[in-house]
Design a protein around this ligand. Structure first.
Ligand code: TXA
Ligand code: MG
Length: 365
């Protein structure tokens, strides 16, 4: 399905109404004509949704305040929440930060770029304050996705891009998600494959003394400590009273329409507790959705079950979590009960997203 395009601009989208061009990319054989069209939109100050390995991004020229302001409008994003700038070369990174890389940055980049690791540096004056929401630092990453890299390269510009969901909704990992959220709100959408990683990049702050994780993501705490030794975790991620250092982490996020509760503990106890709650909900005429796993999916009755994958394979679970939350939105479930997973490796990122989706509503059994 190369080179198919159509207009979906007739949708009314709450104030914004653009003629959104939708292009279907074959990610195995990327059409240069599509990339060139999208790049020319970026160069002229427009907005383009594109696939990355983590989630879809909503991009615009990171060096233009005006272009960047269109991202905030399209998403309905608060302007105090800074954006990640996507680059396709180290030269672009050095242009943004205006100085050579530290040893720590260099070794992380050698190991993990292109990939799901965002690094925070002190910024140069070349980066508009709209991108960093007034902060003196800038977040940069090189995505591990051919279409994304070719778009940045063909534009010849660094591209600022948040996740391409409407603010507050689960991040988009499939082209149908971005079409649903962004039709009529952006100039073009590049539809590609389902995102491989499925949760966003890890945000690592390198602007202080000790590298600090501000958002857990695709590159794990364990991966990072292996390369650079000591890594802190922002207390705002653990203690719900502390203010997170990444402005975006303070917002309600990823919220499905139904209320969500996480059930945590030994798996047999979790299963029993969930079934008990499903039954009580049913007595009250409430339909329950259960976020389960391959191992447990057949043990629940009188509810709608979505399996995220095998409990032993947290990467599989990560790649499905956002799509599952959106799937429940299409059903009539009143309450979602989710089995907790182990907060190890990429499980730390999955649990972080689940806790935010559940508004930190957790029952320990
Ligand atoms: O995987 C990803 O990172 C995706 C894809 C599209 O690359 N992008 C993404 O962007 O998740 P966004 O805007 O949804 O999340 C960016 C996060 C927010 O929590 C924001 O507050 C934080 O990074 N951030 C950005 N710049 C920052 C800075 N200078 N200091 C602290 N936090 C920053
Ligand atoms: Mg986001």
């Amino acid at each position: 399905m190369n080179k198919v395009s159509f207009m979906v601009g007739s949708l009314y989208t709450g104030g914004i109404q653009l003629d959104t061009k939708v292009y279907y990319l074959n990610e195995e054989n990327i059409d240069k004509i599509i990339i060139d069209k999208a790049a020319s939109i970026i160069r002229t100050g427009g907005t383009v949704v594109f696939p990355t390995e983590t989630v879809y991004g909503l991009g615009a020229n990171a060096l233009s305040s005006e272009a960047v302001s269109r991202i905030f409008t399209a998403k309905g994003r608060p302007s105090d929440n800074p954006l990640i700038v996507h680059v396709s070369s180290l030269d672009m990174l050095i242009y943004l930060i205006g100085e050579e890389l530290s040893k720590t940055a260099q070794s992380l980049i050698d190991k993990f770029w292109p990939g799901p690791l965002t690094l925070i540096f002190k910024k140069s004056s070349r980066v508009p304050i709209e991108v960093t929401a007034g902060l003196e630092t800038v977040a940069v990453r090189m995505p591990d996705n051919e279409a994304a890299l070719r778009l940045i390269e063909a534009s010849g510009l660094p591209i600022a891009a948040p996740s391409a969901n409407l603010s507050g909704k689960p991040s988009p990992t499939m082209s149908e998600h971005v079409i649903a959220d962004m039709s009529g709100r952006v100039d073009a959408i590049l539809c590609g494959n389902q995102s491989r990683v499925g949760v966003e990049s890890t945000v690592l702050d390198l602007s202080g003394d000790t590298p600090t994780i501000l958002r857990p993501g695709g590159i794990t705490y364990e991966d990072l400590t292996q390369i650079i030794g000591k890594v802190n975790i922002d207390p705002g991620l653990i203690d719900s009273d502390a203010v997170p250092k990444a402005p975006g982490m303070k917002y309600t996020h990823y919220a499905p329409k139904a209320d969500m509760v996480i059930i945590k503990g030994e798996i047999e106890a979790v299963k029993n507790k969930i079934q008990q709650m499903v039954d009580i909900n049913a007595q009250n005429n409430l339909l329950t959705g259960v976020l389960a796993s391959e191992e447990t999916k057949n043990s629940y009755k009188n509810c709608r079950v979505i399996s995220l994958g095998r409990r032993s394979n947290t990467e599989e679970i990560a790649s499905r979590i956002f799509a599952a939350l959106r799937e429940f939105d299409k059903t009539d479930v009143d309450i979602i009960l989710a089995e907790a997973i182990e907060e190890k490796y990429i499980g730390m990122a999955v649990m972080n997203r689940m806790k935010k989706a559940a508004g930190f509503n957790i029952i320990e059994v």
